[in-house]
Design a protein around this ligand. Structure first.
Ligand SMILES: [Zn+2]
Length: 259
C-alpha cells in the first residue's frame, strides 16, 4: 500500500444526544472519550490546511466535521477546548443559520446549522473553517460553470464572514474527479478533504487531497484509534465508509423523486 494512503484525519457530523435514524450522530460522551483516548497518545492535532500527506508522520491528526451542524458549536467545541484541540468544520454557505433542508430525514426531522457568529467564534478560537460548497449538490453531476460557482462563491462568502482566507474545500458526498480538483486549486484552495480513497490521488495532487475516515454512531474507541493506522482491517473500514457514503447519496435520489 502506498504511503499516500495513510490516514491522518477523522470525520464527524453531529455530536449530540438527540436520537436520529442514521449512523452519523456521535454522543458527546462517546466523542469526549474518543478524543481523550487520542490525546493520551500524544498526537499532534492539526487543522486540515496544516496537514501534509508528503511529510506526514504517524503523530499528525485532524478532527473534522462535515456539514457545519450547530451541535459542533454546542457540544464538540467545549469538549475540544477542554482537551486543547482545534477542529476543522466544513460549512455549507447556503445553509448558515438555517436548518438542513438539503438533507432527507426519516420523519422529516430538521437539524440546525451553525450561524455566522458561531462560525466567527470557532475561527477566533483557532479552528479552521472550510467550505462544503454553497448548496451541497453533487459536483460531479453539474456543469463546469456551476462547479466553479459552488467552489468560488462559498469561499468568498466565508472569507467575508471571517475576514480571513479560506484554504480547504470538502466536496459533498465525497464525489470528485480531477476536473473538480483542478478547479478547486484554480479558485485558490490549497487542500481538498475527501473520504479515505482506495486509489492514490491524481499525479500532482498528492499533497492537495487529504483522505479522511468517518466516525459513526456505534464505534468503540479501539476502532476509532485504528482508523488512524493503516493495517489489515483498513480495506474493511474503507468498504464500510463507502457503503455509508452510498446510503447518504440516497438523499439526492429521494429529493429528486419528491420534486
Ligand atoms: Zn456533507
Amino acid at each position: 500500500m502506498s504511503s499516500t494512503l495513510y490516514n491522518q484525519s477523522l470525520v464527524y457530523h453531529k455530536v449530540s444526544e438527540d436520537f436520529e435514524w442514521g449512523l452519523t450522530t456521535v454522543s458527546p460522551f462517546a466523542f469526549k472519550k474518543q478524543i481523550a483516548a487520542l490525546r493520551r497518545r500524544n498526537l499532534n492535532f492539526k487543522c486540515v490546511r496544516d496537514l501534509s500527506v508528503q511529510s506526514q508522520t504517524a503523530r499528525d491528526v485532524a478532527i473534522t466535521f462535515d456539514d457545519g451542524y450547530r451541535s459542533v458549536y454546542t457540544h464538540a467545541f467545549p469538549i475540544l477546548s477542554e482537551l486543547d484541540v482545534r477542529g476543522t468544520v466544513f460549512v455549507i454557505t447556503g445553509f448558515v443559520g438555517k436548518t438542513n433542508d438539503w438533507d432527507w430525514q426519516i420523519g422529516g426531522r430538521r437539524f440546525e446549522h451553525l450561524n455566522g457568529s458561531e462560525i466567527r467564534e470557532l475561527h477566533a478560537a483557532g479552528w479552521e473553517i472550510g467550505s462544503h460548497t454553497v448548496s451541497h449538490r453533487i459536483l460531479t453531476t453539474i456543469d463546469r460553470k456551476a462547479i466553479q460557482e459552488e467552489l468560488k462563491n462559498s469561499k468568498e462568502t466565508l472569507e467575508q464572514t471571517l475576514g480571513a482566507p479560506v484554504c480547504s474545500i470538502c466536496p459533498p458526498f465525497n464525489r470528485f474527479n480531477e476536473e473538480i480538483l483542478e478547479l478547486a486549486r484554480e479558485v485558490g484552495y490549497t487542500k481538498c478533504a475527501v473520504s479515505f480513497p482506495l486509489e492514490s490521488p491524481p499525479i500532482g495532487y498528492e499533497d492537495f487531497v487529504i483522505p479522511r475516515l468517518g466516525v459513526y454512531h456505534h464505534e468503540w474507541i479501539s476502532v476509532v484509534r485504528g482508523k488512524l493506522e493503516v493495517n489489515l482491517w483498513t480495506p474493511l473500514v474503507v468498504l464500510q465508509q463507502q457503503i455509508i457514503n452510498l446510503a447518504a447519496r440516497g438523499t439526492e435520489i429521494r429529493k429528486r423523486l419528491a420534486t
